[in-house]
Design a protein around this ligand. Structure first.
Ligand code: NAD
Length: 535
């Protein structure tokens, strides 16, 4: 494990240019941000107040009306240009992501790819997902029913520090294409990356007032944001998700929450064990394990446990840990003292209670103030904190299990249900995956196969979330549906001259007959026939 040259800095002028994109009154106090690699100053952003949030939402609300009136093709053109700009400017984005989060360049690149791919996915599909559709009417032939999607209005986005680029704007792109305005509150540890992501949206042609960024403390700005917006998209911890859910509930606004996980991997005896051990390294330690869908528990069938454990431990020991803006590190730094503290506490508690360290296990202040080695543990028992609590760091526990039934039962024994992985044959693995209580399950991959399937919904069961991102679900949630039903020939009530009892008999007879009406295959498959666009 070696050290490379220290980080390039953002530069005071560039920091000021990005900070100027924050919607804040001129005299606001400012907060400095520092690089996790070496503690050097990145820049300062305003500490926004409730007044700034109110101003941001008011301006966004005015801009939203004109935006919603623009044809979908004009909105999707912005997302296409955004995709191109994110890829063209990736070098600067990668530098900034690394400077603010301390992650490796390869992990930073996952963000760039994710943002570009999500923007292009919704540019290509928003019109299809949001098209008005015919639905089956109340009375065949007499009622024609159409469902329309209208934008919610202003969408609030509260994003975390771990994927500061993509989680700041990829959910927002879907909201924008659905005709909404957005007010974003990024995590206080990574405002500059979020601002750079938003700057590119403006350069892609997004009207300036349609997207506002407020920077500052979540518990201070969160209530005023939730108090003013029409929908909230939250990504962060389960603890904060519960607070936000209460606040949204009081206002009766919709929300979507992507929360924590304690994600399991199952390795069965019929798996390619060497491949599983090699790929598990990425599944566990991508972004220094500070990834909601990364693996923190591995259940291995008895017959192949020893082979897997020794191959995996060897791969973990061979990982290169380093700071700096180069491609050669397998893993970077932790983001903060708080994260480092949790990782050290989980490992220390496990070891004190009898767990064995197969690889790693130590902080590495020689590399930087916030470095911790990728760590594999075995002999973890239920009374250890690491067994059930989310570490959100580079720590994974290996468990020997008798058979697949025990593996599935233990994988499901968690308050969380975000992501899981199974290593087996494709057929056996995909059958077993359906028995896992999780929102995404990957067969012979850690997390990227399901996450990168942008046309499919992504999100958690149980304490891992409410709502979904990606796919149809990830854009329809930013709309209000409206059902317009037109009744022809006769109303759905007793015609003049027919008494109530006779009409009730006729209605009952009609329901019995309707039971045998043919199912329209297309209606069944698509959830509705598309209505021809008027413009
Ligand atoms: P966090 O909940 O502390 O912070 C996330 C965001 O919420 C930040 O912007 C923060 O400022 C804001 N916030 C904090 N308290 C708030 C409050 N009372 N009201 C309003 N906003 C508030 O989360 P974190 O610890 O910084 O992030 C890591 C967590 O996020 C982990 O649990 C991880 O699993 C989860 N996460 C989930 C996903 C997912 O897609 N499921 C993705 C990334 C991270």
């Amino acid at each position: 494990m070696t050290t490379t040259s220290s980080a390039r800095s953002l530069g005071a002028d560039r920091a000021a240019e990005l900070a100027a994109l924050v919607t804040a009154a001129a005299h606001r106090e400012r907060r400095a941000n520092h690089c996790p690699f070496d503690g050097s100053l990145i820049g300062e952003v305003p500490v926004c107040t409730a007044d700034d949030v109110a101003a941001a939402v008011a301006r966004a609300r005015t801009a939203q009306r004109a935006w919603a009136a623009r044809p979908m093709r004009e909105r999707t053109a912005v997302a296409r240009r955004y995709h191109d700009l994110v890829l063209e400017r990736q070098d600067g984005l990668l530098d900034l992501i690394q400077l603010e989060s301390g992650k490796s360049r390869a992990s930073a690149h996952e963000e760039v790819s994710d943002l570009a791919a999500t923007a292009m996915y919704y540019a290509r599909t928003a019109a299809i997902h949001l098209r008005s559709r015919w639905r089956e009417g109340a009375v065949p032939l007499l009622t024609t029913t159409v469902v329309h999607h209208h934008p919610k209005g202003v969408v609030g986005v509260i994003s975390p520090w771990n994927y500061p680029l993509t989680l700041a704007t990829s959910d927002a792109v879907a909201a924008l294409l659905a005709g909404n305005a957005v007010v974003l509150k990024p995590d206080r540890q990574t405002p500059f990356t979020a601002l750079a992501a938003v700057e590119l949206l403006f350069q892609a042609g997004l009207p300036r007032d349609l997207f506002h960024v407020v920077t500052g403390e979540g518990p201070v700005l969160g209530p005023s944001l939730i108090g003013a917006v029409d929908f909230l998209m939250f990504t962060g911890s389960t603890a904060t998700g519960r607070i936000i859910a209460e606040q949204c509930g009081r206002r009766l606004i919709g929300f979507s929450a992507e929360l924590g996980g304690k994600n399991p991997m199952v390795v069965l005896a019929d798996a390619d064990v060497e491949a599983a051990a090699r790929h598990a390294v990425h599944a566990c330690f991508s972004n220094s394990g500070q990834l909601c869908i990364s693996i923190e528990r591995i259940y291995v069938e008895d017959a192949v446990y020893d082979q897997f454990a020794s191959a995996f431990a060897a791969h973990v020991r061979a990982m290169k840990l380093a700071p700096g803006l180069t491609w050669d590190a397998d893993m970077g730094s932790m983001v903060s003292e708080a994260q480092l503290e949790v990782v050290g506490r989980h490992v220390g508690d496990a070891v004190a209670k009898g767990a064995r360290v197969l690889a790693g296990g130590r902080a590495r202040p020689d590399l930087g103030p916030l470095f911790f080695e990728p760590t594999a543990l075995e002999g973890v028992t239920d009374e250890m904190e690491v067994a059930h609590a989310e570490t959100f760091g580079p720590v994974v526990s290996l468990y020997r299990v008798r058979d697949e039934a025990e593996a599935i039962a233990r994988a499901n024994d968690s308050e969380y249900g975000l992501n899981a992985a199974i290593w087996s044959t494709p057929r056996h693995g995909s059958e077993l995956a359906r028995r896992l209580a999780v929102g995404t399950a990957n067969v012979n991959e850690g997390f990227a196969a399901a996450w990168g399937s942008f046309d499919a919904p992504m999100g958690g069961w149980k304490a891992s979330g409410v709502g979904r991102r990606h796919g149809r679900e990830g854009i329809v949630k930013y709309t209000e549906t409206q059902t317009v039903a037109v009744q022809r020939v006769m109303p759905i009530r007793a015609p003049h001259g027919v008494d109530a009892e006779r009409w009730a008999d006729l209605m009952s007879l009609g329901l019995k007959v309707l039971r045998y009406r043919p199912r329209n295959a297309l209606l069944k498959a698509t959830g509705g026939l598309p209505v021809r666009e008027r413009r």
